[in-house]
Ligand binder design. Structure first.
Ligand SMILES: [Zn+2]
Length: 504
């Protein structure tokens, strides 16, 4: 009997099997109101204060479609190169669960709003992999259960449960891929790259912030293995609600190793849903997977069909923003950087801040340098995202301007940034308050140079004798005397002039 903890090494699994993946991503739309009623979707309200007869499923209440929700779905469909249905309906997905007050979820079944598309995703080495999209359909979120009294927060061991229906009825788009075959050993990387690219697309469209850590975007990972050379898919498992890019990658990897162990043992993979555990990177069995017929889908009788006119669809298409892959490819060429550099920028969440900094006047190289250097380090240390730092792109641009003018050197610029981040004011205010200006007064510099030479006669003699490299020690002395506020290159020049040595 194979237990869930038996694993085959990833390499051995890949030597015998080809992974087949299916990724289902739920995105919570950022509409102001719910999908079928006028209740607010704002976060942080007291439980059950954003509800009404419609989203509570009270008898006789009638839903009305949210136009922005439909438009967002079409935007997503078009960005994923899908066809947009000329006519489609909502359906009732029937199941009983306490956090779903209607006892059915309003969803779409065999008539999705968007279908048959693809998304090109970029792997770490810059190679492109095409993921085909089966469909993107509209549905609504459920409420939220909180289990109280147990040690784990799970229902087992809890004394009672609390229900909050504020989330019930918030619009969701579910995006389903076709089976992803041919990724081979790169399957985990492809899965992660797909979810990341999809997140970038969703954000670029402005339809959701798609913050995975806040549950605004969550991924179900379907995985099966087939013996190498076979053409029939194996039985799949579905790991539910994976909540970070890293977890998507780990969940695929773990399931590959687990399935291989089951199959190598002559066992059968059970079709079931599974839970992913962040702490161990493993999955455990959930419930046996329902088939579509268990949900007794039927067309929603209370909503009119959705029949977006072709004119409207074309209007939406014409208004799509530049999509992330196109934008990255363009910027990569403009900046003359490698695919790996660009990947690092994207992974750091630095692309938008860098572009915004260039937009207000910084040159591209300086903008990249500060966001990927000092600011990335600071964000990392404080556990914040780059765009949460207390500095604006305009302020970063001002720092690069002061450096370009020679008013600041890199060392001083770092102190200015530190001051801005600490809330000491704008870059210019920090420069004033901390007295951080490059000493450009030649008289003061010359005096400091004379002093350094007088204080280090041995070093000065070496330099006079031709050992130009020894000048570093004198430069250091001058920088120390000026508290780092001198232009080091100019200092070196002055020292060599004084000692009658030409450079190089
Ligand atoms: Zn409502």
């Amino acid at each position: 009997m194979t237990t869930t903890t038996d694993l085959v090494s990833y390499e051995d699994a890949l030597a015998s099997y080809d992974p087949v993946m299916g990724l289902e991503v739920h995105v919570e739309l950022g509409t102001k109101t719910k999908m079928f009623c006028g209740c607010s979707t704002a976060l942080g309200a007291d439980p059950n204060t954003q509800t009404c007869p419609v989203c509570l499923g009270l008898p006789g209440a009638l839903p009305v479609m949210n136009k922005t929700g439909v438009e967002s779905a079409i935007r997503i469909g078009l960005a994923l190169n899908c066809e947009i249905a000329e006519w489609c309906r909502f359906a009732r997905k029937n199941y009983f669960y306490p956090d779903m007050p209607k006892n059915f979820q309003t969803s779409q079944y065999d008539e999705p709003i968007a279908f048959n598309g693809y998304l090109d995703v970029q792997l770490e080495d810059g190679e492109t992999f095409r993921v085909e999209i089966e469909r993107a359909h509209m549905e609504e979120d459920t409420g939220k259960s909180t289990h109280v009294g147990g040690a784990t927060g799970r229902i087992h061991g809890a004394q009672h449960s609390l229900l909050d229906y504020n989330r019930a009825g918030i619009p969701l788009i579910e995006i389903v891929t076709k089976p992803i075959v041919g990724a081979g050993e790169r399957a985990p990387e492809v899965a992660k790259a797909y979810v990341r690219e999809l997140r970038e697309v969703i954000r670029a469209l402005g339809v959701s912030e798609a913050r995975m850590e806040m549950g605004q975007m969550r991924c179900d990972v379907n995985l099966s293995l087939m013996p190498k050379g076979a053409d029939k898919f194996g039985t799949r498992s579905e790991t539910k609600n994976v909540n970070s890019l890293r977890s998507v990658e780990r969940a695929v990897r773990f399931e590959v190793m687990r399935h291989a162990a089951v199959l190598n043992d002559g066992g059968k993979v059970v079709q079931e849903t599974r839970h992913f555990h962040e702490d161990t990177g493993s999955t455990t069995s959930g419930r046996t997977k329902e088939e579509a017929e268990d949900y007794r889908y039927f067309p929603e009788p209370d909503l009119v069909p959705v029949a977006p006119s072709r004119e409207w669809v074309e209007e939406i298409r014409a208004a799509l923003p530049e999509l992330p892959l196109v934008r990255r490819t363009r910027l990569l060429a403009e900046w003359g950087i490698s695919a790996t550099d660009m990947q690092a920028i994207v992974n750091a969440g630095a692309l938008d801040p860098i572009v915004a900094t260039i937009d207000v006047g910084a040159d591209a190289a300086s903008a990249r340098k500060w966001w990927m250097g000092e600011l990335a380090r600071s964000a990392n240390e404080s556990g914040k995202a780059l765009d949460e730092l207390a500095i604006t792109p305009a302020q970063v641009a001002r720092v690069t301007e002061l450096v370009a003018k020679g008013d600041l050197n890199d060392k001083l610029a770092r102190q200015v940034i530190e001051g801005v981040l600490a809330g000491e004011g704008t870059p210019d205010e920090v420069v004033d308050k901390r007295g951080l200006k490059v000493v450009s007064d030649e008289g003061a510099l010359t005096a400091a140079v004379d002093e350094a030479i007088a204080g280090n006669p041995g070093v000065a003699d070496k330099i006079r004798g031709g050992k130009v490299a020894a000048a570093g020690a004198l430069v250091g002395a001058v920088m120390k005397a000026t508290r780092g506020q001198a232009d080091a290159a100019r200092v070196k020049q002055l020292i060599l002039e004084k000692l009658g040595v030409g450079e190089g």
